[in-house]
Design a protein around this ligand. Structure first.
Ligand SMILES: Cc1ncc(COP(=O)(O)O)c(C=O)c1O
Length: 471
């Protein structure tokens, strides 16, 4: 006879308990169970003092009812802003209808419709879709489909300096960061070229016939909002055709309308062989990602019954509510004219930031970007910080030493209720990727805040930041 063990419920927090956690408890659990090292940065920037209670449109709302303007936008994950009512409506309807979620046994009408919509939006014969849950997963799928279609003799992959394609084990080999790579064992079949350097790519293709795939972000996000001119992409397409190399365009951050086209590569009028989306595809409410491949590339890799499951559906690929969310988001992008809005507000943001650059040439080095994917680069003060401030600043943190971005980001939040994002590889760059619902008044509020802050001068900014650390 089987003895049925007595299972006692561990001391678990309920959803209501979670909602009610205060900042000291949140901090304790974060430190003990999530990421103690990350807490260090949150403290440095003052982000640990904020408990978000609600989020709506362009704003977070904290425990004190303070509205925080979101010019960070989850690195491009919030095209529709926070909790877009139409997205909520679609999700609630789906829940109320008690639809099924896991789409592995039966055909899913929602996964089918989402794949069809992505194919309809994507130019050329980018028709075949793999659904996943993260940008890294979509990029893994993109690299795998290309590698299989290129064939075993063409397995070498070209990638760019300062690239970011994710942190999972495969794409880590194409993510150009010593920090993220750590001491992990990488794929050694790779060739690194400077971003946007067509001669380097031509030389690589000519020198090495085992190169079968090239992987590039269309606009580098983690690299500090770096683009290449249309001619680069056109020449790349021609080179890839000539050498039969498959071009994988990573649009995880710059896609979904952010640059002013659905895909950033559309600015150049060319079509890659494989692309990937994530972030805003989940409409700010869920994890959704897609790899989209040209039909012949996909069919070559997985087109037969005996190859179909080599990289077949993931457990959560095509999960119901996430598909509904993405379908609603894609419709909204056009119904609310958000792609054109990205162009219009992005141009206005760049114009106003350029005025600020002219006003503060000793502080702002460059402003650049396309649509609402904008980089604001500060002068590098690591060597030029006033001598009296240097020791205090370096004591605070090695990474922030001399970088105005950290100070400015922290003070924008503390004094102006405004959130911006930092850049992995270039600590002098602030990335501005607000929701595509952004209006002129939001751009004005952001630029006016920045203007006021920069008016304090470098010494004022650093002093105020240092003072914020001892409070
Ligand atoms: C260009 C690009 N590719 C891939 C990724 C990885 O996406 P995820 O963090 O969803 O895995 C990111 C994330 O920032 C990204 O910016």
């Amino acid at each position: 006879m089987n003895i049925v063990p007595q299972i006692t419920k561990p001391h678990l927090l309920s959803v209501e308990d979670a909602k009610a956690l205060d900042l000291p408890k949140m901090t304790e659990y974060f430190k003990d169970h999530l990421n103690p090292g990350q807490l260090h940065f949150m403290k440095l920037l003052g982000f640990n003092k904020v408990k978000i209670e609600r989020a709506e449109g362009m704003y977070y709302i904290d425990q004190n009812g303070r509205k925080i303007l979101d010019f960070f936008g989850g690195f491009g994950s919030l095209a529709f802003g926070h909790n877009h009512p139409k997205v909520l409506e679609a999700r609630i309807a789906f829940q109320n209808e008690q639809r099924h979620e896991i789409a592995m046994a039966f055909l899913s009408q929602y996964a089918a419709a989402l794949a069809r919509n992505l194919s309809e939006i994507s130019p050329g014969d980018l028709d075949m879709v793999f659904l996943g849950s993260s940008g890294s997963e979509a990029m893994e799928a993109a690299v795998k489909v290309a590698e299989r279609a290129a064939g075993p003799d063409r397995s070498r992959i070209v990638y760019a300096e300062n690239s970011f394609h994710g942190k999972t084990k495969g794409v880590l080999s194409l993510t150009d960061s010593p920090l993220y790579r750590g001491e992990f064992k990488l794929v050694d079949e790779t060739v690194r070229v400077p971003f946007g350097d067509i001669d380097a790519i031509r030389n690589a293709f000519e020198a090495d016939t085992s190169i079968g795939v090239i992987v590039l972000e269309t606009i580098q996000g983690g690299g500090g909002i770096i683009s290449a001119p249309a001619e680069f992409w056109q020449e790349l397409r021609a080179l890839c055709d000539k050498h039969e190399v498959l071009w994988v365009a990573d649009e995880v951050q710059c896609g979904m309308g952010r640059s002013g086209r659905f895909y950033a590569f559309e600015h150049a009028g060319v079509v890659p062989d494989v692309t990937a989306l994530a972030k805003s595809l989940g409409a700010g409410k869920c994890a959704m990602a897609a790899m989209i491949a040209r039909r012949d590339v996909y069919m070559k890799a997985y087109g037969k019954p005996n190859t179909a499951l080599i990289h077949g559906p993931a457990t959560f690929g095509g999960i119901g509510e996430a598909c509904v969310t993405a379908i609603e988001g894609l419709n909204l992008l056009y119904d609310e004219d958000l792609i054109a809005n990205s162009t219009a507000q992005g141009a206005y943001l760049l114009e106003r930031l350029t005025d600020l650059k002219n006003k503060y040439p000793k502080i702002i080095k460059d402003v650049r970007g396309q649509g609402l994917m904008v980089g604001l680069e500060f002068q590098d003060f690591s060597q030029a910080l006033p001598a009296m401030l240097r020791p205090v600043v370096s004591m605070l943190d090695e990474k922030l030493k001399g970088s105005l971005s950290g100070f400015i980001g922290a003070l924008l939040l503390r004094d102006y209720d405004t959130l911006v994002a930092f850049t992995e590889y270039n600590r002098n760059v602030i990335r501005l990727e607000p929701p595509l619902i952004c209006q002129r008044e939001h751009v004005d509020a952001f630029v006016n805040a920045l203007d006021d802050l920069l008016g304090r001068g470098i010494v004022g900014i650093v002093k105020d930041f240092v003072a914020s650390q001892v409070k």
